[in-house]
Write a protein that binds this ligand. Structure first.
Ligand code: KG4
Ligand code: ZN
Length: 344
């Protein structure tokens, strides 16, 4: 079954073609047009600018992906319907609804966070024959940690499409904290990749930043106080004595300590059969390696997406679309609406 995926929830316009069979998926094509440069000067994503850019590039991207103009060879269309920026989401959903109607293809409205979880199923080599794809089966119940620019969530997954939220951030998301700290350090936007790189040169023990909610006894997170702690540190330690790499490394270690500790606690309490890590922050090598060893201690493997699919992309959306289509769960193109605050 071949699924066309469309993603426009934030600042990446993305289209993909994914082929699924049984529990395996193969990426036939995945294209992402990033708007990062357009938003960098504002220090964050401007919804109306994002929407306009999506309109500018979406159809060109469909052409570049060589999607047949009549929809031939496509079995269903999957599109992100939330969470995300309303004007941005609308561009993708309206395009998908139009194509579904004109081509007479079924439509699946996808939760973007579900996409990040399913990104761990994506292979690294587009174009491989499906028979060569090692089936990366999810073994349920699974525990998922989603760390993105807008979300930090721990979820229990009892089956494909069945979720229970067990913890989330009470204020800033992990990626948002990276972005805000990078702004404080005047490092640019988005902050995650920059801090992650600079942290490699710094001393993780240089500054003892707080580990928020480490002992809270639940699975919730909070990163806003940590960002404020960095702000106070910078205010009290002038640029002369401060080493940005040390600040980055120490800040990053505080974030990762909390993410790893809460995930480990959830493994102990819920005894999952697999653990998934998804979302833009999951590109972070330190987080990947620390979480991998923590998960291994419980005799489990950590499933992560290939780096290429950690950020926003349409292959993960098409993958969710495949599992929904396989279960014959579709949305009415005339009724599908965007849900900026959609939850899992
Ligand atoms: O999942 P994503 O691409 O978009 C959302 O759905 O939000 O996540 C973007 C977030 C940004 O906050 C970005 O700074 C962060 O992921 N990020 C990273 C890294 N690469 C991207 N954070 C830490 N380390 C990285 N290597
Ligand atoms: Zn995302």
């Amino acid at each position: 079954m071949k699924i066309l995926g469309i993603e426009t929830s934030c600042d990446e316009t993305a289209v993909a073609l994914v082929e699924g069979e049984g529990d395996s998926v193969r990426v036939v094509k995945s294209l992402v047009a990033s708007q990062v440069k357009d938003h960098a000067k504002y220090g964050g994503v401007v919804p109306e600018v994002a929407a306009r850019k999506h309109v500018d590039v979406l159809f060109g991207l469909l052409m570049a992906a060589k999607i047949d103009r009549t929809g031939q060879g496509i079995d269903a269309i999957a599109v992100t319907r939330g969470p995300g920026l309303a004007p941005a989401l609308r561009v993708g959903t309206e395009a998908a609804k139009t194509l579904a109607t004109l081509w007479g293809k079924p439509l699946v409205g996808v939760n973007h966070l579900e996409g990040h979880l399913y990104s761990v199923l994506l292979g690294t080599t587009p174009g491989r024959a499906l028979s060569q794809v090692t089936a990366c089966r999810l073994s349920f119940p699974a525990l998922g940690l989603i760390v993105s620019g807008g979300h930090t969530e721990l979820v229990l997954i009892s089956d494909y499409g069945k979720y229970e939220l067990i913890g989330e951030t009470r204020d800033d998301a992990a990626g948002e904290a990276y972005d805000k700290v990078a702004k404080l350090l005047e490092l640019g936007y988005p902050g995650g990749p920059i801090i992650s790189k600079l942290a490699k040169e710094g001393d993780r023990t240089a500054i003892n930043f707080p580990r928020p909610m480490l002992e809270s006894g639940d699975f919730d997170f909070s990163f806003s106080g940590l960002k404020t702690a960095v702000l106070y540190y910078l205010r009290d330690n002038g640029s002369g004595i401060m080493d940005k790499a040390d600040v980055c490394a120490s800040f990053q270690e505080a974030v990762i300590d909390v993410l790893v500790a809460k995930t480990a606690k959830a493994i102990e309490q819920f005894a999952p059969n697999s653990v998934l890590l998804g979302g833009g922050v999951s590109a972070n090598p330190r987080l990947r390696s620390r979480l991998k060893s923590a998960v291994k201690k419980h005799g489990l493997d950590l499933l992560t997406a290939p780096i290429k699919y950690t950020g926003d992309n349409a292959a993960m959306i098409a993958t969710v679309g495949y599992f929904r289509a396989r279960a014959n769960e579709f949305d009415d193109p005339l009724k599908l609406s965007v849900e900026p605050n959609l939850e899992l």
